[in-house]
Design a protein. Sequence first.
Length: 378
Amino acid sequence: MTLIDGRCDDRFGGVREALARSLERDDVGASAAVYLDGEAVVDLWGGHADEARTRPWERDTIVNVWSTTKTMTALCALILADRGELELSAPVARYWPEFAAAGKERVTVAHLLSHTAGLPSWEKPLPTEALYDWEAATSALAAQAPAWEPGTESGYHAFTQGYLVGEVIRRVTGASVGTFFAEQVAGPLGADFHIGLAPEHDHRVAPVIPAPMPTGEGPAMAAARTLLRHYGNPAFGPETANTTAWRRAEVPAAGGHGNARSVAAVQSVLACGGEARGVRLLSEAGCEAVLREQSRGRDRCLGVPLAFGMGYGLNGAETPISPNPRTCFWGGWGGSVVVVDLDARMTVAYTMNRMLGGTLGDDRGIGIVLAAYAALSS
């Protein structure tokens, strides 16, 4: 049996078993966490932090979690909305006047959060370095016309959502999204999650291990072609996350570094009515905003049926992630995932270094989530 470290309440022993199976079959290194009523009932890790399996995955190992980062950026926007500093139904141009160009004067903040703004990628060819140049990335989006009528359907904004929401946060607060998150969210909660990683943390990073390139025809090849068609500008690959430039930059849709504990610790605030472990970041009403459905249907970029609320995917027939209706979620390229259940007051997170599958996760994280729900119903 694979060695698993950490702690796990007896009731949630199935989560430990699910993580052990994953490490034996598919994972190199990974972590899993479950928070219930704001407290950790599962905090586990195991395997190795490097592909050569020479360095163990430690308690403080962190990894790039790709689009699970989006839940952190969205939470910042929800906090500002709850404080009355940001109106989700307001035009983006109220806060970012330049954004009104090219027919976007009626695009709202909610459109940005729900991937319905019509700006899923950059039309203007950009070098990879533009991902690390905030002004270049945001000004190009401000000048761009929507690819479809905003608000009518979703088209996953894989990278652009972070710059769009992040610039609104910067215009409202005067702080970058990484700074706002560190000072207003991660700091008060004591959570080891970073949007823009300082050099002193580099030694703790488990480099991402890219999934094998698909061969032949099939779902994996189709997913790869979809990624290239919609998100090939700027050019990038999984190995981009292992560069110093990526770690230092604030890439608020895909560049966050953390582990399952830190992901679940932050999102437990949302699951628990805005307060966890004595720290209140939102009101209960502010938390409910995440569940306001903004779109439902086949996503024009990912090609699968999805429902989006305010910055998170919503539980439903399209994506039955939970038995409880008031549940939201999202995951990262290659497998990381977080599920936030406002009914059960439970948050489940899984992070890993070995990427598999496409943009919507795989059986490893789902196995952790299913085991957590099985414990709840036992």
